[in-house]
Design a protein around this ligand. Structure first.
Ligand code: C5P
Length: 409
């Protein structure tokens, strides 16, 4: 059975000659058992008719915001939530630019902006348009959002020129989608498990308007929470101040501000937790005293803020850990990466440590992508590539599931 069987796929078609290949792609998707909703841009319809597409997908094709005669609104939000994946093929230079910059002037782009699912983009254009720095920069932007680019091939183009810009063949696009879904966490591997995740920064108050914090976005922790919940877990997400929202109903968010509050929330949840993942960037120090009133600028000496050490949440839970509980930490190192990460795993009694590489562009804080190496206490190492944080989250959870299965065997 294809890993695409039963999946909800949005097939986005934009206005390029390669749109004729989207018909074959649609057929392959339907044959693989996927439910496909075609969304086509107005100029896409100049290349391929909605009649062909609706007949093959067994669904009306969506193109406009409204049905002209009835006024019925087509909800891009519902569509975005329905999808397990969105694939834009062909993606013209124009649509890629709109996706990169959020120019939501048609149904396809609004759907893209609303989609929570992974997005695959298959560029198709003439070689000079493809090579232009603006197109390359826009593709790089899409990649940085965690979208998957299915590279165009070199070959004969509609213009008669020969070069890079031919849309990947439908079979290649299928292969990319199948590989992605095949790597997803199987079934409900975490059904009945309780997972505790810390995410984001902590803020340590100096006075009513100032704090010590850091640039952590919380994206990695929220991706872990989403993927764990999708795999069937009940998730407690202890989150520092971030601008993210958890969407899955099985995620309970406990919003905290400081390291001490984060520790208290974790200690409350930990006794009933099966798997704890410490993803937060906890401030190492907090001001020794909190000034009840805003500290005024003085003419003389600059004020001195005395700091005290914050509790180490991971180490505290490590000391309280019972058999059967799995505790995972993160490490962000600039030098002696492996030695420091392994040392941290031992010191904090972790079962696994995920090392973020700071060397790789696109990995670490505030990006949508990450590259990690996963070290286990049993000595195994798993080195990953630069991937979306969603995929990295799956890899981490897969590694945890495997270790727990081995420990139980
Ligand atoms: O010691 P370091 O901060 O590098 O360790 C990182 C790991 O420890 C991360 O998993 C982080 O969430 C956790 N940690 C913690 N409490 C702290 C400091 C770090 O839980 N006070």
């Amino acid at each position: 059975m294809s890993p695409l069987s039963g999946r909800h796929i949005i097939l986005g078609i934009t206005g390029g000659i390669a749109a004729y290949k989207s018909v074959s792609l649609l057929r392959l998707l339907v044959k693989a058992g996927a439910e496909v909703q075609v969304v086509i841009t107005p100029s896409g319809k100049e290349f391929i008719t909605p009649v062909t597409l609706s007949a093959l997908s067994h669904r009306p094709v969506v193109s406009e915001f409204f049905t002209a005669n009835t006024g019925e609104w087509h909800s891009h939000v519902d569509l975005g939530l329905w999808a397990d994946a969105m694939v834009v093929a062909p993606a013209t230079a124009c649509s890629i630019a709109k996706m990169a910059h959020g120019v939501a002037d048609n149904m396809l782009i609004t759907t893209y902006l609303s989609a929570k699912a992974p997005v695959f983009v298959a560029p198709a254009m003439d070689l000079d348009m493809m090579a232009h720095p603006s197109t390359q920069a826009n593709i790089a932007l899409l990649r940085s959002y965690g979208n998957h680019i299915i590279e165009p091939a070199s070959g004969e183009l509609a213009s008669g020129l020969v070069g890079k810009g031919r849309m990947a063949e439908p079979e290649e696009i299928m292969a990319a989608l199948e590989l992605f879904f095949a790597q997803e966490i199987k079934g409900h591997a975490l059904r009945g498990k309780r997972v505790l995740i810390t995410a984001g920064p902590t803020y340590e108050r100096i006075d009513p308007v100032r704090f010590i914090g850091n640039f952590s976005s919380g994206k990695m922790g929220y991706a872990l929470a989403e993927e764990a919940a999708k795999a069937g877990a009940q998730v407690t997400l202890v989150s520092g101040p971030v601008s993210l929202r958890a969407n899955h109903p099985s995620i309970q968010v406990v919003a905290v501000e400081s390291a001490r509050q984060m520790l208290a929330a974790c200690q409350e949840a930990f006794p009933t937790t099966d798997i704890a993942i410490m993803c937060a960037a906890v401030a190492d120090y907090a001001p020794a005293e909190y000034a009840e009133r805003k500290i005024k600028r003085e003419a003389g000496e600059a004020p001195v803020i005395h700091l005290v050490k914050n509790p180490d949440i991971a180490a505290t839970l490590g000391a309280e850990k019972r058999p059967g509980q799995t505790l995972v930490g993160f490490a962000l190192e600039t030098d002696h990466e492996e030695t420091n990460a392994l040392d941290k795993m031992r010191r904090k009694h972790l079962d696994m440590i995920v090392m973020n590489s700071l060397q790789t562009p696109g990995a670490g804080f505030a990006t949508d992508t990450n590259q990690v190496t996963i070290y286990s206490a049993d000595g195994s190492t798993r080195q990953g590539e630069l991937k979306s944080k969603t995929e990295v989250a799956r890899d981490i959870l897969q590694a945890i599931i495997r270790e727990r299965e081995e420990a139980e065997a």
